[in-house]
Design a protein. Structure first.
Length: 98
């Protein structure tokens, strides 16, 4: 079963991220209030690890995350563009770290 982005949130820790599949998808990083800080795409586990505090591209204040697997690189890129456009339409800007 593949949940849509935002349907379920998990605490953003290395041990929880390590349980994710390393398959293509789109993901959100959120602060403790549920505000979206970053919308990304790619291989989920690898990408999420890069945004931890000790990662290559840390996202300060990230408290939880949501994922949607697409199982395909092109589909993940398409979903990423859709989610960024949806966010921009609602807030008039992109998430803080995008």
């Amino acid at each position: 079963m593949n949940l849509p982005l935002g349907a379920k949130r998990w605490i953003y820790t290395k041990s929880v991220v390590a349980l994710e599949r390393d398959e293509y998808g789109v993901y959100e990083l959120l602060d403790s209030m549920g505000n979206i800080l970053y919308i990304g795409h790619g291989k989920i586990m690898t990408s999420l690890l890069k945004h931890l505090d000790d990662g290559e591209y840390p996202v300060a204040g990230a408290h939880c995350f949501s994922v949607e697997y697409t199982w395909d690189r092109t589909k993940s890129e398409t979903r990423h563009r859709e989610e960024l456009a949806k966010y921009h339409k609602e807030y008039g800007t992109h998430p803080k770290f995008n």
